[in-house]
Design a protein around this ligand. Structure first.
Ligand code: TLP
Length: 345
């Protein structure tokens, strides 16, 4: 019996085309800059998001950390969202490893940071305050429901930040979901910012890896940090080969995940015990609340679903996250609806 795993798109397995590319990948020592597959991936990634250079890293977390350590020095401050992945789920790496401080702003419902709030968070030039150096955005925004921000917003934040001599980093773990959902070239979402991290290993199905992209000078600095952090990976072209397939073959099809997420939302919305976030889903994830009078909590429902071979994320006492991805078919979506019916009965 197939397990239908909706906990995250991080659970995706590599596709057959990826396994084939991995088996054939030419490799070399990447710390010497001699892995042809990694060099090809970094070039492809950078050109795709409209930047000069790319850096292959083992994870989105390391990509964001390297970006922040490269943009900021000891005692600097980053303006970011209270619900940002970089703030909530990256171990406080900027502080523990970089002595970098954060100023947290509550996001708008679409995951954006309001320009007025950014402006208010910028520190005065005063010995009492850390130096504001960077604004960090997240697109799509995970904890805000897989919501996306449009090109005009990224452009406005970047323009404003640059006039205040701040840099802009985009945690674009799912930036291709954001681009596909809006029908725009991803460059429109990344071009105005100074740097972007995107993940190969989520909806794009590669087994491992993310790419940090930015200017040549910025990536040269990032390469130093990657080595410091132990992220210099030698013959990792075997992984990069899968990432090349991700970029070339897996981006456009993300629209299928978004369509399935919408269909699942409509079906689950018929259960009186379930309440969807307004406007959800924007992309490939849906957050669902259990109604107050449901008589069960989210963990109990998740356990009942697990007994029916359906795995969902529990993100609160009465809250679930369901993430659609390449390995979830139309038939699986129907099975999930049946399993919810039984679990809630
Ligand atoms: N997110 C994971 C968990 O850590 C929550 C998930 O299942 O969604 N930025 C964003 C917006 C992310 O959602 C994630 C992973 C990362 C960065 C970190 O990527 P990895 O897991 O490769 O370090």
């Amino acid at each position: 019996m197939k397990i239908i795993d909706l906990r995250s798109d991080t659970v995706t397995q590599p596709t057959p085309a990826m396994r084939e590319a991995m088996a054939k990948a030419p490799v070399g020592d990447d710390v010497y800059g001699e892995d042809p597959s990694i060099n090809a991936l970094e070039e492809l990634a950078a050109s795709k998001v409209g930047k000069e250079s790319g850096l292959f890293v083992p994870s989105g977390t390391m990509g964001n950390l390297i970006a922040m350590l490269s943009h900021c020095g000891r005692g600097d401050e980053i303006i970011l969202g209270k619900r940002a992945h970089t703030f909530l789920y990256e171990g406080g790496g900027i502080s523990t490893l970089g002595s970098v401080h954060s100023a947290q702003i509550l996001e708008q419902p679409d995951g954006s940071l309001a320009l007025d709030d950014i402006e208010a968070a910028i520190r005065p030039d005063d010995v009492h305050a850390p130096r504001t150096r960077l604004v960090a955005l997240e697109n799509t925004h995970n904890r805000c429901g897989g919501t996306f921000q449009p090109p005009a917003y990224v452009a406005a934040v970047s323009e404003f930040a640059h006039t205040r001599r701040l840099k802009v980093h985009v945690d674009g773990a799912r930036i291709f979901n954001a681009a596909v959902a809006q029908g725009v070239d991803v460059k429109e979402l990344t071009g105005p910012a100074d740097s972007v991290t995107f993940c190969l290993s989520k909806g794009l199905c590669a087994p491992v890896g993310s790419v940090l992209c930015g200017s040549r000078e910025f990536i040269a600095e990032g390469r130093r940090w990657r080595k410091h952090l132990g992220g210099g990976m030698r013959q990792a072209g075997i992984l990069a080969a899968a990432g090349i397939v991700s970029i070339n073959e897996m981006v456009d099809r993300l629209a299928e995940d978004h369509a399935r997420a919408r269909r699942l939302a409509v079906s689950l919305g018929h259960f009186p015990q379930l309440v969807l976030d307004p406007g959800s889903p924007a992309t490939n994830m849906l957050f669902i609340n259990l109604a107050e009078n449901a008589g069960v909590d989210a963990q109990q429902v998740a356990d009942a679903l697990r007994a029916r071979d359906v795995l969902v994320g529990v993100t609160g006492k009465r809250r679930f996250r369901l993430v659609l991805h390449y390995w979830i078919s139309d038939a699986d979506v129907e099975s999930v609806v049946v399993a919810f019916g039984e679990a809630l009965a």
